[in-house]
Design a protein around this ligand. Structure first.
Ligand SMILES: [Ca+2]
Ligand SMILES: [Cu+2]
Length: 391
């Protein structure tokens, strides 16, 4: 890292007790860019201009080795290692209130792609040290991204490191690597010249992983080329937590250049609840970047504009994070807000929620008609319905 950038950061007055804090971070000067996409999933639209101030971002996702250092120094226990409290999960099946996390478990053959219960299971004993549950271990995976971290775990690590979690706008600005408006972090082709540029899924998800990129599950960070800003693994490998609450759309583009949002922080927490599970009020954060489980036939979210909601209590073997440092850590008031009326509009059309509900209610085997089905993966859902969903 260039000496003058370190001096600049120090003169910004970033309080940190760690002198190695800028190791392996990239300095981004900030700027105005086109955030979102109108060409893919509806939650990425509309494209709108956003300005972010200068910041630093980790050159790679936080690894198992780095997370271990945090745990060794602090004795921190992650969410997945603690048994959920019954009062936090009304209606949970008592036998499900055990420590654990969500693990991808591929079926033998093609399945209904609308039913994630076919490939996700809540595995007791799965946590960051045991990525595939009891009997699995991270030996040999020191340089792989840490997984099975819930939002609070990522926040705790960031605080320990003297850093923060990125906003969605910061994350997307960094992921684009200066290629404003490009489809991918490296240009407009998924595999330029047949060359895999990220750890995603090749083949028919969820039963056929052709591993053309060399990796069945997570990969060591930096195994693929960096983007134009010298940042690795923004796309694929693991999804990454951001600090923004999730709503399934972006605000409209500013009418005038003077009104472009600066350092947007997303909508309000209470707007992030899953409209499909109104009785469950666990807020959801925006995940970015896609993972090794993103496949052309199922989820084409290996792009900077892509986004996905994740309940804050939910950890999986394909979600990790990285950190940022900002000039000023003061939260600015939002320059825009998504209104509740906007959200009603969204839930009413085009998101496939009705389709999904219909598909679940058609599902033979007991949970049809009992309660609204989950629209997304969540620990809460699995606590209440059990990990063995009807197959
Ligand atoms: Ca792969
Ligand atoms: Cu995906």
């Amino acid at each position: 890292m260039a000496r003058d950038s370190i001096d600049a950061a120090v003169s910004w007055g970033i309080a940190t007790k760690r002198n190695d804090v800028f190791n392996d971070m990239r300095f981004l000067p900030g700027g105005t860019f086109a955030m979102g996409s109108d060409k893919h999933y509806p939650e990425e639209a509309p494209v709108h201009r956003v300005t972010v101030d200068a910041f630093w971002i980790d050159a790679a996702p936080v690894t198992n080795a780095e997370f271990r250092r945090f745990v060794d120094e602090t004795g921190y226990v992650t969410f997945a290692e603690i048994a959920p409290k019954a009062e936090d999960y009304p209606g949970a099946l008592p036998h499900m209130l055990k420590p654990g996390s969500l693990v991808f478990n591929p079926p033998d053959g093609a399945v209904n792609l609308k039913d994630w219960g076919q490939w996700w299971e809540f595995r007791f004993g799965a946590n960051w040290r045991h990525p595939n549950g009891r009997g699995s271990w991270i030996k040999g995976l020191d340089d792989h991204p840490v997984v099975h971290v819930a939002y609070k775990d990522a926040e705790a690590y960031a605080a320990w490191a003297g850093k923060s979690l990125p906003t969605e706008a910061e994350w997307e600005f960094a992921a684009r690597g200066g290629l404003d408006g490009a489809e991918f972090a490296w240009g407009d082709e998924l595999m330029p010249g047949g060359q895999p540029m990220a750890n995603t899924w090749q083949g028919e998800f969820p039963h056929e992983n052709l591993k053309l990129d060399g990796y069945l599950r997570t990969s060591p960070v930096r195994a693929f080329p960096p983007n134009g800003y010298g940042i690795f693994d923004m796309i694929g490998n693991v999804w990454e937590w951001t600090s923004d609450w999730y709503v399934p759309k972006h605000p409209a583009d500013a009418a005038k250049a003077c009104c472009i949002p600066e350092n947007p922080r997303g909508p309000r927490e209470e707007q992030s609840y899953d409209p499909c599970q109104p009785q469950i009020r666990i807020p959801r954060k925006v995940l970015k970047g896609g993972s090794h489980l993103c496949a052309p036939n199922y989820c084409r979210r290996y792009r900077p504009a892509a986004r996905h909601p994740e309940p804050v209590d939910t950890s999986t073997n394909h979600v990790g994070f990285r950190c940022v440092l900002r000039k000023h850590e003061t939260v600015r008031p939002n320059r825009y807000d998504v209104t509740d009326a906007d959200l009603r509009l969204v839930s009413g059309g085009g998101y496939g929620l009705e389709d999904r509900v219909a598909s679940y209610t058609r599902h033979a085997g007991g949970w049809a008609g009992v309660r609204p089905p989950p629209s997304h993966l969540s620990r809460r859902h699995l606590a209440n319905w059990g990990s063995a969903l009807p197959r």
